[in-house]
Design a binder for this molecule. Structure first.
Ligand code: NDP
Ligand code: 2IT
Length: 452
């Protein structure tokens, strides 16, 4: 790495305030991966690509005022980070969670640029959301919040401008309310959001797409790396939301044995295999607590969060062939990575966005674990979002099989692109560098062509 690049990273670290820490974590990983490319091709420096890519085009921040069920006025903050639209309209989810800050959304929007680039589809990168906590809110409160949120957001989005979707705390129900309000304000029935309920323009398989895609990617990676497929193998999954549930569902369909899941309060270990129908009945729609799982399966173990004194997460202490972190960022730490490695884990695929800490990722790479980074492994969700945009724009409805086949092909292509890029740049088997280089290259080359 050149001294210039070293000091560039150093200066990012110097201005690293707590709020932005997570964004710098994501940025540093990409910069370290693309260092050889920046050194070998002077155009990127000449066109100041890096400096231009790390700053969002704009960050929209707005007040969301809504009325709760007791007729009290409540105030939250809403955001949309429009990061980069070189390859297509800004595209990325909305997260409703109390931990949402500008820094979190910058990290997610930044990652989204490279993820969307890797799909090969015409979509740019963005992310949005609010510090609103959907937990414990009535359906009417969710509706009133979504209506108020869209009353502000609608000014900045459009099917050719910026197309939001779901993320943590935002599923088909929230997208339905957001779409209803957009339509009311603009009098326009258009594909401005993806992940819509099927009845008004949603695509088949969007709810399943991220989780199914993670499994398709993992199977492709294991085949490429000449490892056994997942059939008959023990797998561990964290999370119990959209991504985790559909990862578990697809793993079960292909014959794997999934023994764990978790939520923000605790985790379940069921050595006989997670009961997916029970899990769905607890989580889908009513978002209950995982603790309820053992009321039906008392042979399973429930461990509340914080039980382990060393800060390790119980899910990653269970021996497995393949691990799938599908909850949230930085949920899999160095100590967890050590447990997975010493228990013989062969592959780790990130369903969540950046769930492994940099230290955990480094350990996986050092030990030759097949490691599928989020921006490659979980790109199936946004890919099917783009299929939804295509269907909306052409007033068509594709069948389940067609979407599933295209999703599988897309994940296999991403895997191949990432693996071959890693090989070309002398870092064979390193899917982190492969994904960052391939994702960066497509968007950076397009930025050069479009001028400033
Ligand atoms: P959901 O809201 O459906 O589920 C989130 C799950 O993670 C829940 O089980 C939740 O627990 C748990 N969780 C959330 N925050 C924390 C936390 N701070 N600590 C521990 N557990 C937590 O979200 P998704 O499944 O959609 O998203 C999961 C991850 O996947 C996120 O990183 C998201 O960015 C990423 N992703 C999502 C895509 C999508 O299409 N939805 C696409 C690509 C990536 P609880 O039930 O207790 O709240
Ligand atoms: O992180 C992600 O890729 C998502 N939350 C989905 C984005 C999308 O636009 O479907």
């Amino acid at each position: 790495m050149t001294d210039g690049l070293k000091s560039e990273i150093k200066s990012f670290e110097d201005v690293n305030c707590a709020e932005e820490k997570i964004f710098y974590q994501a940025m540093e990983e990409v910069i370290l991966s693309i260092a050889p490319l920046l050194e070998s091709d002077s155009r990127y420096k000449e066109y100041a690509i890096l400096e231009r890519l790390v700053v969002p085009d704009r960050i929209i921040k707005f007040k969301v005022t809504w009325l709760d069920d007791n007729n009290h006025i409540r105030v939250n903050t809403g955001y949309r980070v429009q990061f980069n639209n070189t390859l297509g309209p800004y595209k990325g989810g909305l997260r409703f969670h109390p931990s949402v800050t500008e820094g979190v959304l910058k990290f997610l929007g930044f990652e989204q640029i490279f993820k969307n680039s890797l799909t090969g589809l015409p979509i740019g990168g963005g992310k949005g959301g609010s510090d609103f906590d959907p937990k414990g809110k009535s359906d009417f409160e969710i509706m009133k919040f979504c209506t108020a949120f869209m009353t502000e957001l609608h000014k900045y989005i459009g099917p050719r401008i910026d197309v939001p979707a779901g993320d943590i705390g935002v599923g088909a129900r929230e997208i339905g309310y957001l779409f209803g309000q957009y339509k009311k304000i603009t009098s326009s029935y258009e594909g401005v959001l993806t992940g819509k309920p099927y009845t008004f323009g949603g695509s088949f398989m969007r709810p399943e797409a991220t989780g199914y895609g993670v499994v398709y990617f993992t199977e492709a990676m294991l085949a490429y790396e000449k490892k056994d497929s997942l059939d008959g193998k023990i797998c561990t999954v964290s999370g119990a939301g959209n991504v985790a549930i559909h990862t578990i569902e697809k793993l079960l369909q292909i014959g794997a044995i999934v023994v764990t899941c978790s939520d923000s309060q605790g985790s379940v270990y069921d050595s006989r295999g997670i009961d997916i129908e029970l899990l769905k009945s607890i989580k889908v729609g009513r978002r209950g607590s995982l603790k309820e799982y053992i009321d039906t399966h008392n042979e399973a173990e429930y461990t509340p969060v914080g039980e382990y004194e060393d800060g390790a997460h119980p899910v990653w202490n269970i021996p497995c062939y393949a691990a799938f972190p599908c909850a949230t960022q930085n949920e899999l730490t160095e100590i967890d990575a050590q447990s997975l490695i010493s228990n013989g884990c062969v592959s780790v695929s990130e369903g969540a966005n950046m769930p492994s800490t940099p230290e955990a990722t480094a350990l996986f790479l050092q030990h030759g674990i097949c490691f599928a980074p989020a921006k490659a492994a979980n790109a199936g969700g946004v890919a099917v979002s783009e299929f939804e945009m295509s269907q909306n724009a052409s007033m068509q409805k594709w069948g389940f099989e067609r979407v599933d086949t295209k999703l599988k092909e897309t994940m296999e292509q991403i895997c191949k692109r990432v693996a071959l890029t890693a090989k070309d740049y002398g870092v064979e088997n390193n899917y982190v560098d492969g994904a960052n280089i391939a994702g960066f290259k497509r968007v950076a080359d397009a930025m050069i062509i479009e001028g400033i």
